[in-house]
Design a protein around this ligand. Structure first.
Ligand code: ZN
Ligand code: ZN
Length: 250
C-alpha cells in the first residue's frame, strides 16, 4: 500500500565546514521528528562520515535516514548523491577522497566535526571538504548510478555551484534523477523559469546548515516504503508512485 512520506533530502551536519556546530546527530534527529518528517537525507560536502551517527540516533524512531553526500564536481557544480545503504555511500566517498586535494583551513572555512550518536566529538576531518573534486559532472553522475544511487542536481535556481549557474543549461546526456529547487523560490516559479526541463521531477529540500532550517522545504513522496528504489519510482511517476510539493506546516 502506498503512503505519503514527508522528506527533506538535503541536510548538512557539523561535518560540513559551513554547517552550524549545533548540527549534531542528536539535534538533527530531534528537529526532524519535531518537524514531522518521515525521511531525511544527510548530505555533507564531499563526505559521509557523520551518517552512521545520525542513523544510530534515529534507530527506534519513526524516521528514515538516507545516506547521502553533496559532491562538488570539477566544474564547481553541486550534486546530491543518495544511496540505498551506508556501504554504497562509503564506496562513493572513497572515489571522492581519491580526487579531493588539499587540507582544510578551519580559520577560513570552519571546523569539520566528526561526532558519534551521543553528540561526542570523535575527531576532525582535515580534508578540504569545501573544495571541488577532480571528477567531471559526467563521472560523478555515472559513479553514483553505478552504485545504484540517485543523482540530483542541487539548487538549480542558485547562481553559484549549480549546473545552470556554471554551464548555463542542463546537458541532455546527463541522466539526472531529479532537479532540486532551493528554498529561495517557489516550485511554481521554478516550473515557469525552468519550463524546458519539465520532463524532470522538481523536488524541494531545505539545504539546512542550521537546525531551524530542517524541514523548511518538504517534498511528499507517495511510495510503499522509504527506500531509494521507491523514491526513484516516485521521481519517474512509475507504478502509481509520485511526488507532491508540500508546504512546511510547522
Ligand atoms: Zn550546495
Ligand atoms: Zn548543501
Amino acid at each position: 500500500m502506498l503512503k505519503s512520506f514527508r522528506a527533506d533530502l538535503h541536510v548538512h551536519t557539523c561535518l560540513s565546514p559551513c554547517g552550524d556546530l549545533k548540527m549534531t546527530p542528536q539535534k538533527i534527529v530531534q528537529q526532524a521528528v519535531y518537524k514531522k518528517l518521515d525521511i531525511i537525507a544527510i548530505c555533507d560536502h564531499n563526505s559521509v562520515e557523520n551518517i552512521s551517527a545520525v542513523t544510530k540516533v534515529a534507530e527506534g524512531k519513526n524516521i528514515t535516514i538516507i545516506p547521502g553526500m553533496e559532491i562538488c564536481t570539477q566544474e564547481e557544480i553541486h550534486m546530491l548523491a543518495l544511496f540505498e545503504n551506508i556501504e554504497a555511500a562509503f564506496e562513493m566517498q572513497a572515489k571522492v577522497y581519491d580526487k579531493l586535494q588539499g587540507k582544510n583551513n578551519p580559520e577560513v572555512f570552519g571546523i569539520q566535526v566528526i561526532g558519534n550518536e551521543f553528540d561526542e566529538v570523535l575527531g576532525f576531518n582535515e580534508r578540504l571538504l569545501i573544495g571541488a573534486v577532480d571528477m567531471s559532472i559526467e563521472e560523478v553522475v555515472n559513479g553514483i548510478h553505478k552504485l545504484n544511487g540517485l543523482a540530483i542536481a542541487s539548487h538549480i535556481d542558485r547562481e553559484s555551484y549549480s549546473v545552470i549557474g556554471q554551464l548555463g543549461f542542463i546537458p541532455e546526456a546527463l541522466r539526472f534523477d531529479a532537479l532540486e529547487i532551493s528554498p529561495n523560490i517557489s516550485i511554481e516559479e521554478a516550473q515557469k523559469r525552468f519550463s524546458e526541463y519539465h520532463t524532470y521531477a522538481f523536488i524541494q529540500n531545505s539545504d539546512a546548515h542550521v537546525i531551524e532550517d530542517i524541514g523548511k522545504c518538504v517534498t511528499g513522496y507517495q511510495i510503499a516504503e522509504p527506500t531509494i528504489i521507491e523514491i526513484k519510482m516516485a521521481l519517474k511517476n512509475e507504478n502509481n508512485r509520485g511526488i507532491q510539493n508540500l508546504k512546511s506546516t510547522i
